[in-house]
Design a protein around this ligand. Sequence first.
Ligand code: TXA
Ligand code: MG
Length: 320
Amino acid sequence: MKTLLTRSPRKAANLILKNELVAFPTETVYGLGASVFVEEAIQKVFIAKGRPADNPLIAHIADIDEIALLARSVTQAAEQFIEAFFPGPLTIVLRKSERVPDIATAGLETIGVRMPRLPAAQSFLKACGVPLVAPSANLSGRPSPTTWQAVRADLDGLISCILQGDQTEIGLESSVVDCTGCVPILLRAGAITIEQLRAVIPVTRFGEHDATTIAARSPGLKHRHYSPQARVITVAQPSEAAPALDDAAYIGIDAPSSAAAPKSFKRLLICQSVEEYARSLFHFFRQCDEANVKVIYCQTVEEIGLGTALMDRIKRAAQD
Ligand code: TXA
Ligand code: MG
């Protein structure tokens, strides 16, 4: 299959209406879109990504009114979060309507709904005229793509089209919050922080559940994720990173001193802020793979604000 590269939301949307797959930019990472109501198209998403069939997909909407097509009911907690954070990098899990095919939600009774705020994503979704399921547009297990080139590196020849846009602004995926009950539960840390969620609903839970409960509610979290080919090692200080050992790379906020590291790193990225670190992480992982780096040292950051989501991705990448 030839993968069309285009900057036209209209051209890309026409392919969605022919039940084809289109990758598109959002403010978090690039997504791989297919019509939420077409089983055959959704099946192609799982095949192209090599995604396990038990990992549910998120539905993306252009307009708040479309939630009624996807969800059976909207809880009060969901309403408050929608009011505060839509459009934006937050996915809200609700009880799903019968119209949504089971394959989209991997058989779950619930569906994640998100309204991206990136103008290019909004024009594309509007041109499609239907909500789209869209997982991150990477091969399953690889770091999420933050550029159209990263999408092409993983999915060229496997999907019909890439809607080209800029490097994504946030660089980490949306926060996923379960709003099916009275008390919201943050299942996946992301760009909307637990502090921001609690400013709206103070009882919002996070991190109090054991791994089994979280895995049952959000099956995707148990799968291997975000991994570069290189081994990822976390370090509190740059002095703990040892470039002499191997073809090594370093990413963090503090720069390694040249005295402590006489042999240079094959790839080195010093970020000015946690935001820049988050924006750069997955891109850096991919660059390291291209350069055949064997070990990537990632400096840890404090787990507050966006640092919670950033550390979540780093720890998952370091797990294997
Ligand atoms: O920022 C994002 O969320 C990106 C962009 C493209 O929107 N999408 C994304 O999708 O990261 P994906 O499929 O790579 O990650 C979705 C996560 C998975 O961990 C999945 O298990 C979880 O959300 N999820 C999806 N539907 C769910 C549901 N009904 N209940 C619980 N968790 C769900
Ligand atoms: Mg993903």
